[in-house]
Write a protein of this length. Structure first.
Length: 730
């Protein structure tokens, strides 16, 4: 009853508002008169209830207004129609009043552009390892030294305008047309709501607003930009921008950035140096010459190209400047596990935005174990020193825990502080994997009907591919081995059998499968052919950790993860790691591949007995990979507890010495030392995988045991005569 009565009053309220509004649209006098009569009616009603003497109001003679008369359709004269009309009109007016009130509150709470440079002081973000050891602080201070724009070379301002806001002197704070186009492009390409901002918008965003990526924040940004343009001149805005924005690290403003990167005052910057700095504010970590020198140079050249397009410089100057190398001072910061720290910082920026990471006071407890990190750094330096004679100058190590995807150690190069691209993180860089990709391909083959006992003929074969030259793969040892069971083909990494298998299951099928497993770099399928199974497609170490993690996790994919818990400056938990588990392949298939990769006997034909791939007393799955031109050398191995990936090579892609042998020199001894350390220090009881229920055993090849997915065991030809021999035929 009460609900019905309340609804009745609500409907009548909207109808009354509609009636009043309808009259308001006819004449303001009737609107005001109607309001007065309503108030009189309400007051009189209250007086009558408390038995007071009624008040006699004087008669009000309103002027008569002649309106144009027209006859409404019959249905429009219906009282129900009229009430419905008034109801919806009342709803509309009430909603408009509410929205106007909300807009008033929204505008009232906006910060003032007069406070630019006086607010938004930062709180440093702390990055810890899993045991609360501080790895890095981002960034304790905002080092600012304001400069006058008139004291700077003109190309500093020109570089910023060219790359950030070419219409800066033509708009009033917001570039509606070009800004919308840039914003749409940014959202479509980078899924980033921040695109399309003018220099004025970027200034008010950095100086006055929070970094949240919402529509309301974007509206605030637009309003404040228009407001700021009414207060300040264009040169004042540009000067405040150059003194306000972050250029990476604790360097805020062009003066401190100039000191940090080049050891000089901003007024002494060259065109090339100014162009490098102009490209940093959009993403200081991504374009940092310390973290990614290649991206920094590409970004600088984009700035120079934009300056040429805006007629700030000539084509000749552009060409000369773009050909110059980047020469910056080495970073002067106290940092542990630097490659991992900046990988973490980049991940945080992608999630929270640069401003929150650099100024929001986050506390990040990562997955890294600094004791393991120290040991892997030490092992890498010592082992690379031993093979300097093989023209090996760099290496990288990634250690993860397959069961939850945690990164335990990330060594992106042998020396982060080396002037020869030491800050370049190889664990996140595309490199050719060589034969280390084969276990993924063979796991797909098992899905397509192959078994570990399937016979593949290892003999000279030419593949005629339409539209290209014929392809004739060769084996690592330049020999042929006849009929080979799949187990031995994979364990000994024979190339011809791998190419034949890929030809059977399909290149596109393998690309789709590997992408599902975690490989992110094979986007353009048209680029790849049968050599893909020999390492013809570049991959990242972090992607290989995720893909091999599927094998190590009995078929479940768990994303590589860098954090355990993230808190805000007040100690409130923002995120806690909760890794997802997605079943990508059958557990029986992952078990069989893992068993093959841990079979020391099966791989002796190629690697001999007692190689660096064996760890006495432990069962470990492992696979090597070396590119034909000796530019990349990998070893990837895992147990249920640990996954270790090692790469050695040269950052500039120069070949290593041809005598480098996969499994004997290069990455394998480094992998062996790291995995041995982990197993002996943290490995517990040397556990291995239990045989899944859908896997059966069958004796093959002189009584040796073989595993099959249930139902496929009778398809295998276990003829003893087909067993490979340790002495391959030429």
């Amino acid at each position: 009853m009460k609900v019905s009565k309340g609804l009745y009053y609500l409907v009548n309220f909207f109808i009354t508002i509609g009636e009043i509004t309808q009259k308001c649209l006819v004449t303001p006098i009737i609107f005001i008169g109607g309001l007065i009569l309503k108030v009189i009616f309400l007051i009189y009603g209250q007086i009558a209830r408390i038995k007071l003497r009624p008040i006699n109001f004087p008669n009000i003679n309103l002027p008569k207004i002649s309106l144009i008369k027209f006859k409404l359709p019959k249905f429009a004269r219906n009282s129900a129609f009229q009430k419905a009309k008034y109801f919806f009109l009342g709803c509309l007016i009430t909603l408009s009043v509410v929205l106007l009130f909300q807009l008033y509150i929204f505008i009232k709470n906006l910060p003032s552009p007069y406070n630019i440079g006086k607010t938004n002081y930062p709180l440093s973000t702390h990055i810890y390892d899993r045991n609360d050891k501080l790895l890095y602080e981002i960034y304790r201070d905002q080092n600012r030294t304001p400069v006058k724009i008139d004291e700077l070379p003109p190309y500093i301002a020109q570089a910023t305008i060219a790359i950030e806001d070419k219409d800066f002197y033509r708009h009033q704070g917001v570039a509606v047309f070009s800004g919308i186009i840039r914003a749409v492009k940014e959202m479509a390409v980078n899924k980033n709501l921040q695109g399309g901002s003018t220099i004025t918008q970027q200034l008010v965003k950095t100086a006055l607003l929070t970094p949240e990526r919402t529509i309301s924040r974007k509206i605030k940004e637009v309003i404040l930009a228009l407001w700021a343009e009414k207060i300040y001149t264009k040169n004042q805005i540009l000067e405040m921008y150059l003194n306000q924005v972050p250029y990476g690290g604790s360097s805020y403003g062009i003066e401190e950035a100039s000191k940090t990167y080049f050891g000089k005052k901003a007024k002494d910057l060259t065109l090339e140096e100014a162009s490098l700095l102009a490209g940093l504010p959009q993403a200081p970590s991504i374009y940092s010459p310390y973290i990614n020198p290649d991206a920094a140079k590409k970004r600088r050249n984009e700035v120079l190209n934009s300056m040429k397009n805006q007629n700030f410089i000539t084509e000749e100057i552009k060409q000369k400047s773009q050909s110059s190398k980047i020469d910056v001072l080495p970073p002067k910061t106290s940092i542990r596990a630097p490659h991992f720290v900046f990988y973490t910082k980049n991940q945080l920026e992608n999630y929270y935005g640069i401003k929150t990471v650099e100024e929001g006071g986050l506390k990040v407890r990562t997955t890294l174990d600094y004791k393991i990190q120290e040991e892997t750094e030490k092992i890498l330096k010592e082992e690379l020193e031993k093979i300097k004679y093989l023209n090996v100058t760099n290496g990288a190590i990634l250690v993860t825990r397959p069961s939850n995807g945690e990164i335990l150690a990330m060594v992106g190069s042998v020396d982060y502080f080396s002037e020869l691209n030491g800050a370049y993180n190889v664990t996140t860089a595309p490199r050719q994997p060589g034969s280390s990709i084969k276990p993924l391909m063979y796991s797909l083959a098992l899905q397509k009907g192959y078994t570990s006992a399937s016979i593949i003929n290892d003999s000279p074969t030419v593949f005629n591919i339409s539209g290209s030259e014929s392809y004739r793969p060769v084996n690592y040892d330049n020999k042929f081995h006849g009929n080979v069971p799949l187990r031995y083909a994979l364990a000994n990494s024979y190339n011809i059998t791998a190419v034949k298998t890929l030809n059977s299951i399909g290149v596109e099928n393998f690309i789709d499968y590997a992408t599902k497993m975690g490989i992110t770099t094979w986007g353009d399928k048209s680029r790849y052919g049968l050599s893909l199974t020999l390492g013809g497609g570049e991959v990242k170490m972090v992607d290989m950790a995720e893909a091999f993690g599927v094998l190590a996790n009995q078929g479940y994919k768990i994303p590589v993860n860098y954090f355990k818990k993230i808190e805000d400056s007040e100690g409130n938990v923002l995120r806690e790691a909760a890794p997802s588990r997605i079943k990508e392949i059958d557990s029986g298939i992952s078990f069989i591949i893992s068993d093959i990769l841990s079979d020391n006997f099966a791989r002796t034909f190629a690697f001999g007995q007692g190689s660096s791939l064996e760890i006495p007393g432990y069962k470990v799955a492992v696979k090597t990979g070396t590119t034909d031109n000796k530019k990349d050398n990998w070893t990837i191995g895992y147990t249920p507890e640990f996954l270790v990936i090692v790469w050695v090579g040269n950052n500039n892609n120069t070949p290593m010495n041809p005598y480098l042998t996969s499994g004997i020199t290069g990455a394998a001894p480094i992998w062996n030392r790291v995995m041995s350390y982990l197993l002996k220090s943290y490995g517990g009881n040397n556990s291995w995988y239990e045989k899944p229920a859908n896997v059966v055993e069958k004796n093959c090849y002189y009584g040796r045991k073989e595993y099959f997915i249930k139902g496929t065991e009778n398809t295998a030809n276990c003829n003893q005569a087909l067993i490979v021999t340790p002495t391959p035929t030429p």
